[in-house]
Every structure is written in C-alpha cells, then in structure tokens.
Ligand binder design. Structure first.
Ligand code: AMP
Length: 423
C-alpha cells in the first residue's frame, strides 16, 4: 500500500466543521473594521526577501531564523510573508497612497508563514487579521488601533483578556536607554543564558522576552525604558492611557513589553488571553514612525496591529464559545421510489433556483436511511416524493421542527417552503 499523504508539521487543514468559526471571526472583524473606516487590502503571499530584512530587521528572530525563503527560476530571493505590516507599507508606497489622502486606513485577513517549532498555538502557516493607519502620529490613532483590536476580540465573545501597553519612545531616547541597559548587563553578562548573551550584542531589548529563569531574575532588576522616555513619547503614552480609561477599557502598563520586530517606536501593546497557555498573546501591535521611510517612501508615520486567528480560536474554545456550523441545508428531498433520482433532482433544483438550500438522496437509499440523513443534516423540511399521494400530483412535506405533515401539490413545493421557511 502507498504511504498515507500527510500535511506538513505546523500546517493545518481547516475542516468543514470548523469553518463556521472562521466565517464568524471574518464577519465580525470586517464589521468592526468598517466601523473605524478601514478598507481591505490583499497583497501577494510572497515578496522580495529584502522587504522583510529591511523592514523587520536582520537581527530579529523572524528574519534571522523563521522565514521561508527560496530562489525562483529568475534567481530572485523571495520569502513567504511572515507578517503583513511590511507588505502593506510596500503597497502603500508603491501605489503612492499617501498622495491620494493624508490618512490611509487598511485592514487584512490573510495567511502568514514562519518556520517556528510547532507547538500548541504556534504554527508554520497561521492566519492573521490586522489593521494599519498610515499618515497620523496622533495618539488617537494608537487608540483606534487598540480599541478596534479589543473590540473584535470582545465581539467574538472572549472575556479573559488583558491589554498590556508600553512605549518604546523615539529611536533617540531608545538609544540612550540601550546604553544604560548595556551598562547594567555588563555586570551580569556571564550569568545570562547563551541566547541572551547573543542578544546582548544583536538585539538587547529582546532579552526582556527570555523565558529562562536566570534571565528573568536579572532583567527584574534592569532599568526600564520608561524612565528614559523623551517628553513627547511620555506625553503621548499618558494620553493613550487616559483615553483607554475614559472608554472604560482596563489595561496594564508593562514596561518590559518590547515586541519582536525592530520597526516599533513609541506605543506598543499586546492583548493576552488567560486561557491559552504559554503562547498567550492573541494580538500585538504598535507605532512604527520610521518604517515607511526605511522602505524608501516619504516620512509618513504609522500604527497597526496583528491578531492570530488560530490562537483566538483556541482561546474561544477554552472559554466555551460555540460558533455553530457555517452551512446547513434547509430542505431534504426524500424519495420512496429508489429509482426516481430525476424527480428528486427536479425538486432540488427548483428550490436552489429560488435561493433555498436543498439536498437530495443520490444513492437510492431506503426511506429510513434518507430520514436518518435528513435528521443528521438538521434540515427544517423534508419533501417526501413517490408516496400514494403522488398519484394525484402531490407530495408530503414534513416540518422537522414540530413533526407536522402536509400534502402539497408538486407545483407548489417552492411556494410552500419559501412561505414557511422564515415564517
Ligand atoms: P506578531 O506578528 O509576532 O506580533 O504576532 C501577532 C499575533 O500573531 C500573535 O499574537 C499570535 O496570535 C499570532 N502568531 C504569531 N506567530 C504565530 C505562530 N507561529 N502561530 C500561530 N499564531 C501566531
């Protein structure tokens, strides 16, 4: 026997019984994005590798270890997108969106690819929805980003959520702070884990993300960026806090929240679920005031977020949220005459032509088996063809909710069902 074909580890099929949850999350996110006047953008799944190395940063985990990079036949180096901010900004620049309006608000819903070690809540192909506001440095746009993200998670029904916010300041204030951090860590360098010792040289702020106990202990005593924030970043951070409070949104300042991508400036945030174990961030984002110019565009500030759909689904499952099936036929056509598929087909098509979802037996099954199928499909009505009443041009329609039956002329089936379906 041939070997059974299998999906690549870290990738997942989304099965028909799961799709209802996906439809719902897409629908809710589109609804809430439209409240904030975000418009959808779709970009190619692969981009030039340099977009990500320039945009996200050579020393980040994503670029240094996790990208799916390959050479195509033209010898160009390409990468399956690991995130959407850099592609969105690339499109923003390429189509001169900045010259069409001063503020551009975009959202997306799309698959991403990262070569990480697969575990619960961590996949190699996963999906994100997210939004970007380009053209405003106002903290009000930071708030729109945080509130739209939180609004979607809330609309999905998630309750056990914590919003963590921090400010990474301007690049200038961050440089001053990094120097202080370096000085502090000089005395502890040999006690840090090997990975953190590496980060000391490449991406010092990320040592705050280490899960190693020895690192955590040392970092607990480290100076905090917040203490070195420039006036402007501090004032904007305070404004974000005030606005969140004024909307009754509870949040926690987390002065150790650094995030894994280099492009962030000023406000950063994450929304954490208490229900998904160690990979607890459902969503993350922040301001990136230099990314557009770093990628060759004009000096345009930006702020955005990305949320992971699979992790949201995990949190939803653990919170007991039920999404229901996406599609269920309304009518089942059963036929007592096993060889009369043509008759069943005609009725099914008449219903489908009137926008009514119908299913029929095509296996010539017994009446008992057909009724079992109708029950399984949870249809509202079963049209029974081929009984005694068919001699007079009639059929029987059974209402599956209250078990009542009615004899209906064959040419009245569609009218009868349409009238009763939503009545
Ligand atoms: P990031 O782009 O790393 O800030 O991630 C934003 C969100 O995407 C995270 O909070 C997760 O919900 C989700 N995410 C990131 N990486 C993965 C992954 N490998 N598998 C599943 N979800 C992910």
């Amino acid at each position: 026997m041939s070997k059974v074909a299998k999906a690549v580890p870290g990738t997942k099929d989304i099965l028909p019984e799961e799709i209802g949850a996906w439809y719902r999350i897409e629908k809710l996110s589109r609804k809430i994005f439209s409240r904030y006047n975000f418009r959808e953008i779709r970009t190619p799944i692969f981009e030039s590798t340099s977009l990500f190395s320039r945009g996200i940063g050579e020393e980040t985990d994503i670029v240094s270890k996790e990208m799916y990079t390959f050479r195509d036949k033209g010898e160009d180096l390409l990468t399956l997108r690991p995130e959407m901010t850099a592609p969105v900004v690339r499109a923003f620049i390429e189509h001169s969106m900045y010259s069409q309006s001063q503020i551009t608000k975009l959202f997306y819903f799309a698959p991403m690819f990262r070569q990480e070690r697969p575990q619960a809540g961590r996949l190699r192909q996963f999906h994100q929805f997210g939004a970007e506001i380009l053209g405003s440095s106002s903290p009000y746009s930071d708030c729109e980003i945080i509130l739209s993200a939180a609004g979607i998670l809330k609309a999905i029904g998630l309750k056990d959520l914590t919003i963590k916010i921090n400010s990474l300041g301007t690049p200038a204030s961050r440089e001053i702070y990094k120097e202080k951090l370096r000085l502090y860590l000089n005395d502890h360098l040999t006690s840090l884990s090997p990975e953190s010792q590496k980060r000391y040289h490449t991406n010092i702020l990320r040592i705050f993300d280490s899960k190693e106990e020895q690192d955590k202990k040392i970092m607990a005593g480290a100076p905090l960026l917040y203490e070195y924030l420039d006036e402007e970043s501090r004032a904007e951070f305070n404004l974000v806090e005030e606005m969140l409070s004024s909307r009754g949104i509870s949040y926690q300042p987390d002065y150790q929240l650094v995030r894994g991508l280099d492009y962030y400036t000023k406000t950063t945030f994450e929304i954490i679920s208490g229900k998904v174990g160690s990979q607890s961030a459902l969503c993350g984002g922040g301001r990136y005031d230099n990314l557009v110019s770093d990628l060759g565009g004009p000096s345009v500030p930006g702020v955005g977020f990305a949320a992971g759909v699979e992790r949201i689904l995990l949190a939803a499952k653990n919170e007991g949220i039920v999404f229901g099936d996406a599609i269920r036929p309304d009518v089942y056509i059963a036929n007592l005459k096993r060889d009369d598929s043509a008759g069943s087909f005609r009725v099914a098509q008449e219903l489908r032509d009137e926008d009514i979802s119908a299913e029929m037996d095509i296996l010539g099954r017994s009446m008992k088996a057909q009724m079992r199928e109708a029950n399984k499909l949870e249809v509202s009505f079963v049209v029974i063809l081929g009984g005694d009443e068919s001699k007079d041009g009639n059929c029987t329609i059974k209402n599956m909710k209250n078990s009542s039956q009615e004899v209906v002329p064959l040419n009245q089936i569609v009218i009868f069902i349409s009238r009763n379906l939503h009545g």
